[in-house]
Write a protein that binds this ligand. Structure first.
Ligand code: NAD
Ligand code: UDP
Length: 312
C-alpha cells in the first residue's frame, strides 16, 4: 500500500485515477482548488477511509508525507485555460516546482500529466517523443503549451540536478464520463449538442484531425508508467492512434445519439493544430505491451450514456 497524492484529483481524469488507485488498496490524497473539477466527481469515494480530500491551490507549497505524486492540476480545455492565462502558466510552472519540491523532500516518485500540446501544430506526423514541436510562444494557447513545456523542463532538471524520480506522460486528447459538459472540448460539446438537438459547432471546415483516447486506457498507462524502473523517465506518449477529422467525429456522434442536429461551421480558433496522432511505440515497449483497448465508437457510447443521465 502506498500513500499517493493526486493533484487535480477532482477533475475528469483525476477522479478516474483516484478510483483506480483506491481500488488497489492505496491511501489517496485528492488535492484540488475546484477551478474546473468538482466534488461531484469524487463524491462516491468520500466514505472510503483511505480517501482524503484537500482544498488547495498548487501555486502555493503543500506538505504531506507521500510515496507517489500524480501531478494533474491544470485546466485542460482551451476555454478554461484561456479564461485566466497568467494563472494557467502559474499553475503549470509554480505547481510543478511546488510538487517537485515535495517529491525531493519526501523522496516520492512523481508523474507529470504533460500533453500532446507540447508538439504544437506538428510538422512531424504521427508525433514521436523525439520531435521538439512547433509551438507559438506568444499566442492564445501559449499559456498552456509553454507552461506544460516549462513543467517538463523542471521535471528533467530536478531529476538531473537532485536525483528526483520523475515520470513524464504526454497525454493525447482523452474523453469519457465526468468530462465537464461546459468546458468546450470537442467530444463533450458534440455529445451535449446532439443530445439537446442543438446545432453541432464545427470550427473551421472540420478537416483538422485528432486522436481520441478513452479515459480507462489512459489511467492504465499512467499507473504502468509510475511502476516502471527509476531509470525510465519518459516522456512517453499515451493516446489512441485512431485518427479522425472533426467532421467524422460529428457524424459518429449524430449516428450514435440518433440526433436530428445539423452541422454549423464557425471560425477556427487561433493556433488550432491541423493534425494530431500519437506514435505509441515507446509506450508499447516500456509499459509492458500497453495499447489502447477501447475503440472510439465504444467509448463514445459510454460517454453518451453518462451525459444523457447528467443533462436529463
Ligand atoms: P480537468 O479540468 O477536468 O482537471 C483539472 C483539475 O485540476 C480540476 O479538478 C481543477 O479544478 C484542478 N486545478 C486546476 N488548477 C488548479 C490549481 N491551481 N490548484 C489545484 N487544482 C487545480 O481536466 P482533465 O482533462 O482531467 O486534465 C487533467 C490533466 O491532464 C491536466 O493537467 C491536463 O493538462 C492533462 N491533459 C489532459 C488531456 C485531455 O484530453 N483530457 C490531454 C492532455 C493533457
Ligand atoms: N472543435 C470543434 N467544435 C467544438 C469544439 C472544438 O470543431 O465545438 C475542434 C477544435 O477547433 C479542435 C478540435 O475540435 O480542432 C479539438 O478541440 P478540443 O478543444 O477538444 O482539444 P484541442 O484543440 O486542445 O486538441
Amino acid at each position: 500500500m502506498s500513500r499517493i497524492l493526486i493533484t487535480g484529483g477532482a477533475g475528469f481524469i483525476g477522479s478516474h485515477l483516484c478510483e483506480r488507485l483506491l481500488s488497489e488498496g492505496n491511501d489517496v490524497i485528492c488535492l484540488d482548488n475546484y477551478f474546473t473539477g468538482s466534488k461531484d466527481n469524487i463524491r462516491h469515494l468520500m466514505d472510503d477511509h483511505h480517501f482524503e480530500l484537500v482544498r488547495h491551490d498548487v501555486t502555493t507549497p503543500y506538505h504531506a508525507e507521500v510515496d507517489e505524486i500524480y501531478n494533474l492540476a491544470c485546466p485542460a480545455s482551451p476555454v478554461h485555460y484561456q479564461y485566466n492565462p497568467i494563472k494557467t502558466t502559474k499553475t503549470s510552472v509554480l505547481g510543478a516546482m511546488n510538487m517537485l519540491g515535495l517529491a525531493k523532500r519526501t523522496r516520492a516518485k512523481i508523474l507529470q500529466a504533460s500533453t500532446s500540446e507540447v508538439y504544437g501544430d506538428p510538422a512531424v506526423h504521427p508525433q514521436v517523443e523525439s520531435y521538439w514541436g512547433n509551438v507559438n510562444p506568444i499566442g492564445l494557447r501559449s499559456c498552456y503549451d509553454e507552461g506544460k513545456r516549462c513543467a517538463e523542463t523542471l521535471f528533467m532538471d530536478y531529476h538531473r540536478q537532485n536525483g528526483v524520480r520523475i515520470k513524464i506522460v504526454r497525454i493525447f486528447n482523452t474523453y469519457g464520463p465526468r468530462m465537464n459538459p461546459n468546458d468546450g472540448r470537442v467530444v463533450s460539446n458534440f455529445i451535449v449538442q446532439a443530445l439537446r438537438g442543438e446545432d453541432i459547432t464545427i470550427y473551421g471546415d472540420g478537416s483538422q484531425t485528432r486522436s481520441f483516447q478513452y479515459v480507462d486506457d489512459l489511467v492504465e498507462a499512467m499507473v504502468r508508467m509510475m511502476a516502471t524502473d527509476d531509470d525510465f523517465t519518459g516522456p512517453v506518449n499515451t493516446g489512441n492512434p485512431g485518427e479522425f477529422t472533426m467532421l467524422e467525429l460529428a457524424e459518429m456522434v449524430i449516428r450514435l445519439t440518433g440526433s436530428k442536429s445539423k452541422l454549423v461551421f464557425m471560425p477556427l480558433p487561433s493556433d488550432d493544430p491541423r493534425q494530431r496522432k500519437p506514435d505509441i511505440s515507446l509506450a508499447k515497449e516500456k509499459l509492458g505491451g500497453w495499447e489502447p483497448k477501447v475503440r472510439l465508437e465504444e467509448g463514445l457510447k459510454k460517454t453518451i450514456e453518462y451525459f444523457d443521465a447528467l443533462i436529463k
